[in-house]
Design a protein around this ligand. Structure first.
Ligand code: ADP
Ligand code: MG
Length: 652
């Protein structure tokens, strides 16, 4: 056998095996090139999951004609020229093989113009062969269209997965880079439908809001830490209540480069060790900045892997930054508080000769007003640039509270007005001042015998105003009759249950598309349960697709469910059905699903609510079929009438 030097094109095709794993890798390389070219706007159009077309347009530097041709040569790059450069790579690309590899397995059309050129150049390369070069018209910048991927390598084409799967990866890549570069505007369309559109944002937080909406934003904790000369760590992580069963919502960047990295994932999990159970993953956008000489990015042709010089030190730095962020977010502190309360309760029980007192009362007034201001400030720019699919997905995922999405700013305004007018006694502000700190009260007479669950006739017509939240779980409200306590969870449950029941009968389904479809591998049992209730789920607003075997993808969910909960909810419903509902009649089955959905989607106990969320809950509750009882028959509202109060104080 004789050794031969492979022809260039064959070498490119072999390299393409590593660079172009799937359509998403093509888009990754093209988007990276646009970013390297200092684009401020990047548009990505996809057809048939990238199989037919992937087109990336930018308003970056553009290229002169010679470079446009040269760009397709193997090892043709403008980004490094010496070995020293390789030791400190500041651009995303540097190997000069992406375009050559891509063009060797597809039909590529490159149109590019530099700002100071009169005309643009169009270069056509098919299967690695230069087919045509000519003048064209175009604004400064570059468009690269990649058609018929793997058309000349049938073996590779067979490995492409279904359109939704490829779209899933494509969306993931674009989301990654959109997060890494808030300053750049991104648009992604798939078969002509807009999937993502974000305008330039001022920072990561605003960009995260544009992409994921206010729900996630509420639970994001800023990270800012790390160690000098090893790794600086910034970004956001989710509070432990936001849980995922996969790592899909973890976005890591090293020196702005999208990476998949075990060291970072390890550091992240280490930081969460005591607050998250096993098998549950946080949401994270982590930007690791490492001195260029501390890292080797030239590990793999796709450049999604990096090698740290001091792996353990980097991991430790990350874990420490995460722990600090959680502590600052009050996560660790809250655990301490609980411990304190427990001890106080214990001592109170054993030491006192008097009958055991109820635990010291502690009021926490919602301090979310500040957050409201924050979010509404962000909401303005996003309004115009919310993912365009919002059109066809109906109301926003947070319709449950956004219904009056203006009221966030309304409220903010009102709160400010009130702050000015310090005479107004009932204002939340002054109330907050009053009980800002925890007050320990001496034993008081129990009001238990006066408090009773409210009758429907009692509440429906009265005007109920929320005053504060008790233990982040119950709304304290007043009306003309006296005082009310509302269980926030069951109240919301009642609202949602009615809504789900109604949409079943009226067939007016509101569902929202998930930005990233959630793929789930069902257990055999879940899979059977799924078959049983597939239609019901569809009529409730779940859009589910069979991928293969027992793998399904949730594409859309009822508008009321927080998207982040989609996966858990789905599994829980299936497990629930599987356990005890199989033999049940169709209608009870449906009721059960509605009740289960309502329960899972409803705000939880121990969750802070903003004053306007409380008001929203109350207003909505009053127009439900049964405002005073939850779908499981528990009371929703307890009442203490003026008469009872006066009786309690011996005033009558
Ligand atoms: P690399 O990015 O590793 O340098 P590529 O094969 O991805 O290699 O690109 C080759 C060269 O083509 C780049 O170095 C750059 O000079 C040029 N190029 C590619 N895409 C663009 C673009 N969108 N705008 C301007 N120049 C580009
Ligand atoms: Mg490149």
């Amino acid at each position: 056998m004789k050794i031969r030097v492979l022809p260039d094109n064959l070498a490119n095709q072999i390299a393409a095996g590593e660079v172009v794993e799937r359509p998403a890798s093509v888009v990754k390389e093209l988007v990276e090139n646009s970013i390297d070219a200092r684009a401020t706007r990047v548009e990505i159009d996809i057809e048939l999951g990238g199989r037919r077309l992937m087109r990336v347009s930018d308003d970056g530097s553009g290229m002169v004609r010679e470079d446009a041709i040269l760009a397709f040569e193997r090892h043709a790059t403008s980004k490094i020229s010496t070995l020293e450069d390789l030791a400190a790579i500041g651009t995303l690309g540097f190997r000069g093989e992406a375009l050559a590899s891509i063009a060797s397995v597809a039909k590529v059309e490159l149109t590019t113009r530099m700002a100071d050129s009169d005309a643009a150049t169009r270069v056509l390369v098919e299967g690695g062969r230069l087919v045509d070069v000519k003048d064209a018209g175009r604004a400064p910048g570059t468009t690269i269209a990649v058609r018929d991927l793997f058309y000349n390598t049938p073996a590779r084409r067979k490995f492409m997965r279904s359109e939704p799967t490829e779209n899933y990866h494509l969306t993931g890549i674009v989301t990654h880079y959109a997060l890494a570069h808030p300053e750049i505007a991104f648009t992604l369309t798939s078969n002509g439908r807009e999937v993502l559109r974000v305008s330039p944002a001022k920072d990561l937080r605003e960009r995260a809001f544009q992409i994921f909406g206010p729900g996630l934003l509420d639970s994001l904790l800023p990270v800012s830490g790390g160690r000098d000369f090893i790794a600086k760590v910034t970004g956001f992580i989710s509070a432990p209540r936001e849980r995922r069963t996969t790592r899909d919502a973890q976005y890591f960047f090293v020196n702005q480069r999208f990476v998949k990295d075990k060291t970072i994932a390890g550091g992240l999990l280490e930081g969460y060790r005591s607050v998250l159970p096993h098998g549950v993953y946080p949401v994270a956008f982590l930007f690791i900045d490492v001195p260029l000489e501390e890292i080797d990015v030239n590990v793999h042709p796709a450049k999604t892997e990096v090698r740290f010089r001091r792996t353990e030190a980097v991991k430790d730095a990350i874990a420490e930054a995460i722990r600090n962020a959680l502590a600052e977010g009050g996560i660790a502190v809250r655990a301490e508080e609980r411990e304190q309360e427990r001890q106080i309760a214990a001592t109170a029980g054993s030491e006192m000769s008097q009958p055991p007192v109820q635990q010291p009362m502690s009021f926490h007034v919602s301090d979310d007003a500040a957050k409201v201001a924050d979010v509404s400030a962000l909401r303005r720019p996003a309004e115009t640039f919310a993912p365009a699919s919002s059109d066809d997905r109906g109301p926003s995922p947070f319709e449950q509270f956004d219904d009056a999405s203006n009221f966030a700013s309304d409220f903010e305004q009102r709160a400010n007005e009130r702050a000015d007018d310090s005479n107004e006694v009932s204002s939340i502000e002054s109330f907050q001042n009053l009980i800002q700190t925890t007050i320990d009260l001496p034993p008081v007479n129990s009001a238990e015998r006066y408090v009773r669950s409210a009758e429907v006739t009692d509440v429906s017509s009265s005007k109920i105003r929320p005053i504060a939240q008790l233990h982040d779980s119950f709304i304290i409200a007043v009306d003309d009759e006296g005082m009310l306590l509302i269980d926030q969870h069951v109240a919301h449950e009642r609202i949602l249950f009615d809504k789900f029941r109604k949409s079943e009968t009226e067939r007016e389904i509101e569902s929202q598309n998930l930005l990233l479809p959630e793929t789930i591998d069902l257990t055999p049992a879940q899979s059977q349960a799924f078959e049983l209730i597939e239609d019901d789920l569809a009529s409730l607003g779940f859009g589910v697709m069979h991928l293969s075997g027992r793998t399904i993808a949730i594409k859309s969910i009822p508008t009321d469910l927080p998207p982040g909960e989609a996966r858990n909810l789905f599994a829980e419903i299936l497990d629930h059905i599987e356990l005890d509902k199989r033999g049940g009649a169709k209608q009870t089955l449906r009721d059960d699903i509605a009740a289960s959905l309502a329960c899972k989607a409803a705000v939880k106990i121990n969750m802070k609510l903003t004053p306007e969320k409380m008001q929203w809950l109350i207003d909505r509750l009053l127009v439900t079929s049964s405002p005073t009882t939850c779908p499981h028959g528990r009371p929703v509202i307890l009442r203490l009438t003026m008469k009872d109060i006066e009786r309690g104080f011996h005033r009558t």
